[in-house]
Write a protein that binds this ligand. Structure first.
Ligand SMILES: [Zn+2]
Length: 262
């Protein structure tokens, strides 16, 4: 049954790709579940990292039972746990929420040094020129400050994400080199994904990282890949079937994404 579903997905992807000749598989953001389901505590992993890598070499997410932050970079999947260490992840590990794509930069440029996270967001808003597409965002270089977090593995019955982040671990790096991996999603995905910027970080030595709360950039290079296709895989599990996805969780999401955990 599962194999059939995967086959169906490939057929769908093929159709999406072949219907529009200027679309290629490389321009699809593929997502597992929805951000609101994650906020509601749907933490059981449904798609293996092995499967996920078939749909992208670049992206972010989390793991079964909400165990840490996922970074997908150059087809390798890393898991930053609450000990702050980035672990290489086995293909059999599953994710309850992730977004991936094949990254191929449309734009590459050096940015002026000294940008704060907020200044960076405003600058990229200007560069992209439209709110209405998905953008895969990659930054490489030096950061004078990088503040990340990770969340602990949860036990059933799963609490809501807004309660989990009260126990998040926050990491602060100074003068660190690494790669920022993430997306800027359009405002109309509210409820499905994070509208705006959602960025994760992996150090250059690939030993640490996490979900970005704040940074101050040094010398950095920005790469942007515009995406005009979006594909979702919804979990076929009871907790997703019965999750309350009618509620407006905008405020909850803001707190979860930006909470500094001081
Ligand atoms: Zn995140």
């Amino acid at each position: 049954m599962k194999k059939l579903r995967i086959l169906f997905l490939y057929v769908m992807l093929f159709l999406v790709c072949s219907c529009r000749s200027n679309f290629s598989e490389q321009e699809i953001v593929v997502q597992v579940s929805t951000i609101d389901a994650l906020l509601d505590g749907v933490y059981d992993g449904t798609v293996s990292c092995g499967e996920l890598k078939k749909f992208g070499d670049f992206g972010l997410g989390t793991f079964d039972a909400l165990e840490g932050e996922m970074i997908v970079l150059d087809s390798q999947v890393f898991q930053v746990k609450t000990d702050g260490i980035a672990y290489k992840v086995d293909d059999s590990e599953k994710t309850p929420f992730a977004a991936v794509t094949f990254f191929s930069a449309d734009t590459k440029m050096k940015l002026p040094p000294g940008l704060s996270y907020l200044q960076f967001e405003k600058m990229v808003d200007q560069i992209i020129g439209s709110d209405n597409y998905f953008y895969a965002i990659k930054i490489t270089g030096h950061f004078t400050m990088m503040k990340t977090r990770s969340v602990p593995k949860q036990k059933k019955p799963y609490p809501q994400l807004k309660d989990v982040v009260k126990h998040q671990k926050v990491f602060e790096f100074n003068n660190i080199e690494g790669t920022v991996v993430g997306f800027r999603s359009p405002p109309y995905v509210k409820g499905i994904n994070v509208a705006g910027y959602h960025l994760h970080f992996l150090t250059k030595d690939k030993k640490a990282g996490g979900h970005i709360l704040d940074f101050k950039a040094g010398d950095i290079t920005l790469e942007i890949d515009v995406k005009n296709n979006f594909f979702m895989m919804l979990p076929e599990i009871q907790s997703f079937k019965t999750s309350n996805l009618k509620k407006d969780r905008t405020r909850e999401l803001h707190n979860v994404e930006k909470l500094s955990g001081k």
